[in-house]
Ligand binder design. Structure first.
Ligand code: GAP
Length: 459
């Protein structure tokens, strides 16, 4: 069976059609760069969160999860440097009045160019020298490049005065940093220890998003390890490798992942490296490892007036810890898994019979199995079987259409096993378990089938 080409449009179509991801505010014609997760997308997303919690919080000693508020004291974002320097270089097309990111225009024109190592002026010169056209109208008449802050801001209370400005957090990390002392004290934590968090972040992105790859509201799974200066280099290398292994465990083959070391660093970082995944539209960042040094805690000490140092109980030394950050875009991870899993298999070329299948790992698949009675006359028996499975894990139930069509529907949403109830069930109490990937079938008792699936969900 050969594979045909996968494309973003086919994946987007499947996601919309099968309840994974819908356009945000759909009945109003959508809102650019926003997407809503449907019943299956939410399951998939929550399953990914569960795998992250297992790897990062449960299986790691000295790792603690927090759930900090999205709205934080505005001084947090002055201390973090986001008010001053969290911006994109934007220019406007004078002809059609659309706004563009200068670095994106350059990257789209020449994938070998490195706009992240260019100054604003150098980017402007590059665009001019190469006569890069406006992607909307094709003309070449741009304004100067200006920096636009990416943070969404709103006002607290009833007046729109500048004193009451409040930001939607652009990263989770600061929620972990401002709780460093609280967690250290209450958990009696000793360095190195880590604080992780899953939550929403917001950025006023203007570039078209490639589906959920770049959105204005997204979820991050962030993990901050507080350590002593001098141990930071080793931890940085460790988390780069840990991240890659996590993605491989989720079912992404090593050849579809690569590291990308940053040349131009964010205002807080001493070293930074992304893990990129090979999407149908090219390589894209899904994770970042950052050596943030003592920048964040030093700044919070300065701006809050609170002593953020750690007293080493062994050496009696006091110092501000370094931070190694390992951050995962949840939506990008979900998108990478969907892209990796999507497959079209030619079953019978002459009959033009192609099956679409998501080879999702059972740990993240929305449904672990589907119970399918061979005939509607078997509904009562099938519901009995369904209850045995649904008590253990997410189980689908489908009794409409031919069995072949129902298998295909489950293949398309990545259900790893279909459990068919036939007329022999009444006598032998056995069901047929069909494997999504091999399409092989075996006959098992209900108890055996439940155990068979449970043992293979894994992670
Ligand atoms: N705390 C560090 C931080 O926020 P980042 O590289 O700006 O670092 C971390 O973001 C991760 O968040 C990225 O690797 C990416 O997966 C995800 N991410 C960033 N911007 C995003 C956006 N506009 N839409 C979806 N995901 C995004």
């Amino acid at each position: 069976m050969e594979n045909t080409q996968k494309s973003m449009s086919k994946i987007v179509e499947l996601c919309k059609g099968r309840g994974f991801i819908f356009p945000g505010s759909d009945i109003y014609g959508g809102l650019a760069n926003t997407w809503d997760y449907g019943p299956l997308g939410s399951r998939l997303k929550n399953n990914v969160k569960d795998t992250w919690r297992k790897r990062f919080i449960q299986e790691r000693k000295n790792s603690y999860e927090v759930d900090a508020d999205i709205l934080m004291h505005p001084r947090v974002w002055e201390a973090s440097g986001h008010v001053a320097s969290f911006s994109d270089p934007l220019l406007d097309c004078r002809e059609c009045k659309t706004r563009h990111r200068a670095d994106s225009l350059i990257e789209a024109f020449d994938p070998e160019a490195h706009p992240d190592s260019m100054s604003k002026q150098e980017m402007f010169e590059f665009i001019k020298a190469h006569h890069i056209p406006c992607p909307k109208c094709g003309k070449h008449d741009f304004t100067e490049i200006r920096e636009f802050n990416l943070m969404f801001q709103t006002y607290r209370g009833v007046t729109n005065d500048s004193k009451s400005v409040i930001y939607l957090r652009p990263e989770n990390a600061q929620g972990e940093y401002v709780n460093f002392l609280n967690v250290q004290r209450t958990m009696r934590a000793k360095l190195p220890f880590s604080i992780g968090q899953i939550g929403k972040a917001f950025r006023n992105e203007i570039t078209p998003g490639n589906f959920t790859f770049r959105t204005i509201e997204f979820e991050q799974m962030e993990f901050q390890t507080f350590c002593k200066e001098g141990t930071d280099g080793e931890l940085y290398d460790y988390f780069k490798a840990y991240g890659k292994k996590y993605f491989e465990d989720l079912g992404i083959p090593a050849e579809h992942l690569r590291y990308h070391d940053h040349e131009k660093l964010a205002h807080y970082a001493k070293a930074a490296c992304d893990i990129e995944f090979l999407f149908p539209f090219g390589w894209g960042e899904i994770n970042g490892t950052h050596n943030r040094t003592d920048f964040d805690l030093t700044r919070h000490q300065e701006y809050s007036g609170t002593n953020m140092s750690y007293l080493d109980p062994e050496t009696n030394e006091r110092y501000i810890p370094y931070i190694i950050e390992s951050t995962y875009g949840l939506d990008r991870t979900v998108l990478a898994l969907l892209c990796e899993a999507y497959d079209e298999e030619v079953i019978d070329a002459e009959k033009n019979d192609v099956r679409t299948v998501l080879h999702l790992s059972p740990a993240v698949a929305p449904y672990k199995c589907a119970v399918l009675p061979l005939s509607k006359k078997l509904s009562a028996e099938a519901m009995e079987v369904y209850s045995s499975f649904a008590g253990e894990f997410m189980t689908d139930y489908d009794e409409t259409g031919s069995i072949g069509k129902r298998y295909r529907r489950e293949d398309e949403i990545g259900t790893p096993w279909c459990v068919t109830v036939d007329f022999d069930y009444a006598t032998d109490k056995k069901v047929t378990v069909r494997d999504r990937d091999t399409m092989e079938q075996q006959r098992l008792s209900v108890e055996e089938a439940v155990k068979f699936i449970k043992d293979r969900i894994g992670f």
